[in-house]
Structures are given as structure tokens and as C-alpha cells.
Design a protein around this ligand. Structure first.
Ligand SMILES: Nc1ncnc2c1ncn2[C@@H]1O[C@H](COP(=O)(O)OP(=O)(O)OP(=O)(O)O)[C@@H](O)[C@H]1O
Ligand SMILES: [Mg+2]
Length: 462
């Protein structure tokens, strides 16, 4: 496609042409209106001048008879002006005035006409055009007073000329403006296309240029950049998940295989084989658990769970989970204090929130249990948000580790002895993000206070 062809096919160019046409029509209508109005004003003026002269002249006739009228008409006819006069007998014979001839029939009836005429003083000039008024004088004479309308024609010509100049100017400016705008817009769209092509070729770090004008192209570029950031994050997340799965499952899988192999080689009795198989099953269960947790986090981060969101009762969910853990707390000889504000509603996924609270309680019991170390579960409304907190009096997490433990597979050194994969808090953080809330770890002095904040769903008041 040629550069011109490309230009003509752009929206910006088509818009420019459309504006040009609309603008031209408006200019035409405006000028036509001015022309029509000017003509009307001039005509009114002609008519009232003619009327005034007729009343003046008929008054002269009334006072001084035909002689006086002819005198006045002759005198006025000699002054150079656009005024026209004619006095005739009832048969149409000319007595005085500067009108030489009028088309036949005009002077037979009184009234106002627009007609061609010839002047007496310019015999060989082309006939003029005039508005005339025929007046019947008492005694059968006719008085004709008129005005040449050449002035009016000149005005129309001037307006026509102005319109043609304006049209040329409008078209010229329109084309230059349209071309300039199209060029500019096109250049930016071309830039964007080029950048997206580079990104599509695999360089996800590329970003669209923001011109800083805040126009729609800038907004589009901004949104696309945010989208690219998000895609980049998701890709990184997926990459991490697969790397971590590969890395973390390799050891237990190898161990599983080696143990089975060893059992086959060394087991002397069916009992020993059975014990080895049981150990294998336990190990496999762990692997399945890791898989499930990882898949759930990956699903959350990919935003897939958004489809299964609905309004639900947070108070109920937290209460249920706390109740489930009561038996475990009792077993660990740890008091569990539960305080839940009733009627807290949120929009989201009930099962996922339940899992998140369970993870927090699981940690509190695993790392912070003790007879004098009560675990506190609270859920309440604060500043228009739902705040769910699980606090224990265990060793806590040093401040510098608090953001790291939210990452997948991160476990602190001193908790290696207790079972776990380091995925619990990652899931809680992902659940908070899914619900548009936040998750943070605080110092419970001593111990850890895990705080999950969710947006409150306002119940309709009706
Ligand atoms: N209440 C707590 N007190 C002290 N340390 C904690 C507490 N909760 C979590 N941690 C530390 O943070 C780490 C990450 O916790 P997370 O729940 O993600 O994994 P995990 O409990 O080790 O394993 P999983 O939850 O997957 O079974 C834990 O290994 C532990 O070191
Ligand atoms: Mg945990």
C-alpha cells in the first residue's frame, strides 16, 4: 500500500474529511443566510424610499397640478442617483422622467413590480433592472417611481466571491490540518504496532511509549502497559511455580523411588514390604498435598477463581473454621479465644477464605502453641473493612523475614522440624489479593499476629 493509500484509509483522515464537509455546509448556510438577509434589508429600504417619494410627489401634484409635478420630476431626474421617475398620460405617453421605456402593461395597473427598464439618458446602455411602483394620479395620469437594483446584484456577487474564497481556504486548511493530525496520530500508532510486534516476538520487557499528553492513545498505551505488567507477573509466577514444583518434588520423588527400590532389594518379610509400601503411600500423600496447594495458588494468581465468587457470610466461615480447630487446640493444651462480630458479609469465595483462615490457625497451633499462650481469633468491622486476625504467643517471625515467608516454599530455619511445605502463607496472601484485600504479619509481642483484611460487602439497606 502506498503511503497516501495508507493515509486515506486511516480513521483520522476520514474524520478530517467528514469535518471538512460539515464545515463547508455550515459556511454555505451561514453565507446564504447573510445574503438573503442583506437582500431583504435592501429591498425594504428601496420600497420605503419609493413610498416616501410617491407620497411627496403626489402631494406636489395635489398642490400644484401636473405642471408642478413635471417640474419636480424633471429636476430630480437630472440629479445622478439610482432613483427612477416617469410621468405618463392615461394612454401611456411619456410626459416627464428618466425612464425611457418599460415593458408593456406595467403602467396599466397600480402596484409594485420588479422589471427591466431603459433610461432616457443612456439610450444605448443595456437595460437595467429595477423595483418600480405605479401610482394612479387623480385625472388619469400615472406616476412611476423606482430604484435601480444593480447595487443588490453587486452585493450578491461580493458574497458569492467571499464564499468561493472561503471554500478554497476551508478545503486547503482542512486538508493540511487533517494531513498533519493524521501523520501525528499515525506515527504514534505505527510506534505502538512496532512495539507490540517486538513484544509478540517474545521480548516481554518491552513497553509502549507514553507521550504524556493524557489523550486516548496515551490511556490506551497505559492500559496495555499495565496489562503487559500483569502478564509478565503471571508468566513469572507460572515459571516460579513450575521451577519450584520441579525442584521441590525432585527430592521427595527420588526418595520415594529409592525407598521402593531399597525395600525390594532388602526386605526379607512381607511385613517389611508392607511397612515400606505404607511409608511410600505417606510420602505420596505429601506430594499430592504439595501439588494441590501449588495448583490452588497458581489458579488464584491466574485469576481463574473470579468466576466462582458470590456474596457470603464471613462471620459464619471464620466461626466454622475456629470450631474445627477447637479440638486440635485442646489436644495441644492451648486456649483458643474466639471473638467474631456477627453479620460480616463479603464478596468472594467461601471455601478459599475458609482455607486461608485454617492455614493461619494451623500455623498458630504449629508454631505458637503452649499452655499459657492463648491463641486469639478475631473478626470485626474496622473503617468499613473486614479485619480477620489470628494471634499467638509463639516465637513470632523477625521483621526482616515477614515478607519473605509469604513466598512459596519459604520456611524459617527453626521450623524445619515441624511438618509443612512453606505454602500456607502464600495461599493466604493469594486469597487476600483475589478478594481485593490485603494480608500482613505483625508483631504480637511476643508472637505473631496475622491480619487478613477484606473489603466489606454492603448489604442493601432495603
Ligand atoms: N505463627 C507463626 N509463628 C512463627 N512462625 C511462623 C508462624 N507462621 C508461619 N511461620 C513461619 O513462616 C513459615 C511459612 O509458613 P507457611 O504457613 O507458609 O508454611 P508452613 O507452615 O511451613 O507449611 P504449610 O503451611 O505449607 O504446611 C513457616 O515455616 C514458619 O517458619
Ligand atoms: Mg503453615
Amino acid at each position: 500500500m502506498t503511503a497516501l493509500g495508507k493515509l486515506i484509509r486511516t480513521t483520522a483522515f476520514k474524520l478530517s474529511v467528514a469535518y471538512l464537509v460539515i464545515f463547508t455546509i455550515f459556511a454555505f448556510v451561514a453565507l446564504a443566510y447573510v445574503a438573503w438577509n442583506a437582500r431583504r434589508v435592501l429591498d425594504d429600504q428601496f420600497v420605503s424610499t419609493i413610498q416616501a417619494e410617491i407620497s411627496g410627489l403626489s402631494e406636489q401634484y395635489r398642490v400644484g397640478g401636473l405642471r408642478r409635478l413635471v417640474n419636480v420630476v424633471d429636476r430630480r431626474s437630472r440629479t445622478p442617483s439610482a432613483s427612477l421617475y416617469l410621468v405618463t398620460t392615461d394612454t401611456g405617453e411619456r410626459i416627464a422622467g428618466n425612464i425611457g421605456a418599460l415593458p408593456a402593461g406595467i403602467i396599466d395597473q397600480p402596484g409594485q413590480f420588479e422589471t427591466d427598464y431603459a433610461r432616457t439618458d443612456e439610450t444605448n446602455a443595456a437595460p437595467g433592472h429595477a423595483i418600480v411602483r405605479v401610482y394612479m394620479l387623480p385625472g388619469g395620469f400615472r406616476l412611476v417611481v423606482g430604484r435601480d437594483v444593480e447595487e443588490r446584484a453587486r452585493l450578491r456577487e461580493a458574497i458569492q466571491r467571499a464564499f468561493s474564497y472561503a471554500l478554497v481556504l476551508i478545503v486547503l486548511l482542512g486538508f493540511v490540518g487533517g494531513w498533519f493530525i493524521t501523520k501525528r496520530v499515525l506515527k504514534r500508532v505505527d510506534d505502538m504496532t512496532e512495539t507490540t510486534r517486538i513484544i509478540m516476538d517474545g521480548d516481554l520487557s518491552g513497553r509502549l511509549r507514553i507521550a504524556g499528553t493524557g489523550d486516548e492513545l496515551d490511556r490506551l498505551a497505559q492500559n496495555l502497559n499495565v496489562m503487559l505488567d500483569r502478564i509478565g507477573e503471571l508468566m513469572k509466577g507460572m515459571q516460579e511455580v513450575s521451577d519450584n514444583i520441579a525442584h521441590d518434588l525432585k527430592t521427595p520423588l527420588t526418595r520415594l523411588r529409592n525407598k521402593a527400590d531399597e525395600a525390594l532389594r532388602t526386605a526379607k518379610s512381607p511385613d517389611e514390604l508392607r511397612a515400606a509400601l505404607e511409608a511410600n503411600i505417606e510420602e505420596s500423600d505429601n506430594l499430592i498435598r504439595i501439588f494441590n496447594a501449588l495448583l490452588m495458588i497458581a489458579r488464584l494468581e491466574a485469576g481463574n477463581a473470579r468466576d466462582s465468587m458470590s456474596d457470603f457470610d464471613v462471620s459464619g466461615v471464620v466461626g466454622d473454621v475456629a470450631e474445627l480447630y477447637e479440638a486440635l487446640a485442646e489436644e495441644a493444651k492451648t486456649p483458643l479465644e474466639v471473638s467474631i462480630e456477627a453479620g460480616l458479609a463479603a464478596h468472594g469465595n467461601r471455601e478459599l477464605l475458609g482455607q486461608a483462615v485454617a492455614n493461619l490457625l494451623d500455623n498458630a497451633l504449629k508454631y505458637g502453641a503452649g499452655p499459657d499462650a492463648a491463641i486469639k481469633v478475631t473478626a470485626s468491622r474496622q473503617d468499613g473493612r473486614i479485619v480477620i486476625a489470628v494471634a499467638d504467643h509463639g516465637p513470632g517471625i523477625p521483621e526482616e523475614e515477614r515478607s519473605r515467608v509469604l513466598e512459596r516454599f519459604v520456611r524459617l530455619e527453626n521450623s524445619r522440624s515441624s511438618p509443612g511445605f512453606g505454602l500456607g502463607l502464600s495461599l493466604v496472601a493469594a486469597v487476600a489479593r483475589l478478594h481485593g484485600g490485603s494480608f500482613k504479619l505483625e508483631d504480637n509481642a511476643p508472637g505473631l499476629r496475622a491480619v487478613l483484611t477484606l473489603p466489606l460487602k454492603d448489604r442493601p439497606t432495603s
